[in-house]
Ligand binder design. Structure first.
Ligand code: ARG
Length: 564
């Protein structure tokens, strides 16, 4: 039932105007005392040639109050409508209970594909906390779009190509060993890479050597590629451990190397379209007309660049997926890079350049000291997640020592806290890691929302068999129940809003609001000890909240344990 429309129909009959006219004037007041819907009569003053308050009074007298309206009041020039709470509760809850986890699902995206380029760490470099945001936000956007019926392609655009691999090969041949890399993985690769940078200061010839090795890689030299592939496999193994912990998956691991043999035709196309210009021996696309520095396509030494591969990848993705949108998640320090090469695609004459969307986010900082690091200043994701799990285990040990499967729950809650913390604020804001705040079971945190869900599960467990037939929704006329219904009703729109703004925090915050309303409901209303009809109706609220919370957490990439 569309209450607003029904109210408009009543008004149309009473005032003798069209339903459309009435509908366009009906307001939803922010102040609950003014009703659920309000109709201002100012607009009618000209037609009726009367003062608006008089018109309001006359309309009021002609209105027939139907069953779904609890009360109608005239306040000044307004006619205010109060919806019958039981009818409203029935409207919302019966829909949630019938649709279950599909509540909020939409078919708006059917037949459309969205490519999401997220995480995309760099091979042979540690997966550090900076990559966390891309991974977590990208994963949530993926799930949110999928919920709206879109077909999603999650792409990990690994940084696995470029001159840095020439350097790494030189470093390995000079200072590396098979055993060292095999036992210490990325850490050892980092060590020799740093060593290269130290040595090159006194020995610039190393740079030329490195360049040569990268040229060899581009030409398919076996020795070069074997070493590169080895570094690649070692890195992926470490990354996959992190993805496993986070519960994140990709549809394709098409990184930068994937485009090695696909760039030449694109460079040719740029040339044909007269977009390439020589500048100090390099090839560029001039962007002066857009007030941007030129986009570098080919280096002086013939090497291709990050942007060359992004342009090639976009053309490949358009051809392969025919996407409606291609979304890129990186920190905001890459704003210029994306603005530049999006513009190159534009200049190439592709009108879908406007479907390329860079979604930037703020940086991560740590409240210093509390986070242990294995070495240097890079905080490794794996260490951070392990620490989150450890801290959570300590809290659970304190709060609920007899909990079964403590290990599994610590993992769900610890990782959930990290993800939630990242998705709680608007993405452009910087994220601060503070264990104390993140793991506070009473704050606006992952554990708080998970705990609320677990509380709902525990009520249902204690209730035993819960019948959802013939519920007397009229028993849900209290303020807290009404608040929950309003939040549940708004949930599908929140998902759509999060998708269109590419802002998972809209869902995160809505889950916090539902949790708060539910905890108030639980506090104000006895459930299990109430008389039968009340008990049943309240349990229906619990089931609906539990269902939506679990599904909402899933959209964010967070598990919902039944006990904690
Ligand atoms: N590898 C890059 C980095 O770590 C991120 C890649 C983002 N995706 C892209 N298509 N450029 O900074």
């Amino acid at each position: 039932m569309d209450f607003k429309l029904e109210v408009a129909k009543l008004l149309a009959t009473a005032a003798d105007i069209s339903v459309e006219d009435a509908l366009s004037a009906v307001e939803t007041p922010g102040n609950k005392a003014m009703g659920d819907f309000a109709y201002p009569c100012f607009r009618l003053a000209k037609v009726f040639r009367k003062a608006p308050p008089m018109i309001a009074q006359e309309i009021y007298e002609k209105l027939n109050k139907p069953a779904f309206i609890e009360n109608i009041q005239v306040v000044g020039a307004y006619v205010n409508f109060f919806i019958e709470k039981g009818v409203y509760a029935q409207e919302v809850l019966s829909k949630v209970l019938a649709e279950k986890e599909n509540f909020g699902t939409s078919n708006m995206g059917n037949g459309k594909t969205v490519v999401i380029d997220y995480s995309s760490p760099n091979i042979a470099k540690p997966f550090h906390v900076g990559h966390l945001r891309s991974t977590v936000i990208g994963n949530a956007i993926y799930k949110i779009y999928e919920k709206l019926g879109y077909h999603c392609e999650g792409v990990n655009h690994l940084g696995d190509w470029g001159t840095q691999f020439g350097k790494l090969i030189v470093a390995y041949r000079n200072w590396g060993s098979k055993e060292g890399v095999e036992s210490n993985g990325i850490q050892e690769l980092m060590r020799i890479y740093v060593k290269f940078h130290d040595e090159v200061e006194n020995n610039p010839a190393l740079d030329d050597e490195a360049r040569l090795w990268f040229v060899k890689m581009q030409e398919g030299d076996e020795e070069a590629l074997t070493l590169w592939k080895w570094f690649y496999d070692i890195s992926i193994k470490e990354f996959d451990r992190v993805y496993d912990m986070l519960g994140v998956k990709f549809d394709a691991y098409t990184g930068e190397s994937f485009y090695n043999d696909k760039m030449a035709p694109v460079v040719e196309e740029l040339k044909e379209k007269k977009l390439l210009k020589e500048s100090e021996g390099a090839m560029i696309v001039d962007l002066e007309d857009k007030n941007m520095p030129p986009c570098l396509i080919i280096r002086k030494d013939g090497g291709t660049l990050y942007a060359t591969r992004d342009i090639t990848a976009a053309l490949y993705r358009k051809k392969t997926y025919n996407f409606e949108k291609c979304i890129y998640l990186t920190a905001l320090d890459q704003n210029l890079h994306f603005a530049q090469w999006f513009e190159v695609i534009h200049k190439m004459g592709y009108d879908w350049y406007k479907d390329l969307i860079h979604v930037p986010f703020g940086l991560v900082s740590l409240d210093s000291g509390k986070l242990s690091t294995r070495h240097g200043n890079v905080v490794l994701m794996e260490d951070l997640l392990s620490q989150a799990i450890g801290e959570t285990r300590r809290i659970i040990e304190e709060k609920n020592p007899s909990l079964e499967n403590k290990e599994e729950v610590s993992k769900q809650v610890g990782i959930g806290a990290v993800i939630f913390n990242d998705l709680y604020n608007g993405r452009i804001k910087d994220v601060v890691f503070s264990w104390e705040r993140m793991l506070n079971f009473d704050g606006e945190t992952g554990p708080y929302v998970q705990y609320t869900h677990a509380r709902a599960c525990s009520i249902l467990k204690r209730a035993g068999e819960v019948s959802l037939e013939n519920i007397n929704y009229g028993k849900l006329s209290d303020e807290a129940s009404l608040d929950i219904c309003k939040l549940l009703e708004a949930y599908p729109d929140k998902i759509k809003d999060a998708a269109s703004k590419l802002e998972p925090s809209i869902v995160t915050r809505h889950l916090v609001a539902i949790s708060q309303a539910f905890n108030k409901f639980y506090h104000d209303n006895p459930i299990l000890n109430s008389e039968d009809e009340v008990r049943q109706a309240r349990l229906a609220v619990v089931v609906a909240v539990k269902t939506v919370m679990k599904e909402g957490l899933r959209l964010l990439g967070i598990d919902a344990p039944e006990q904690m």
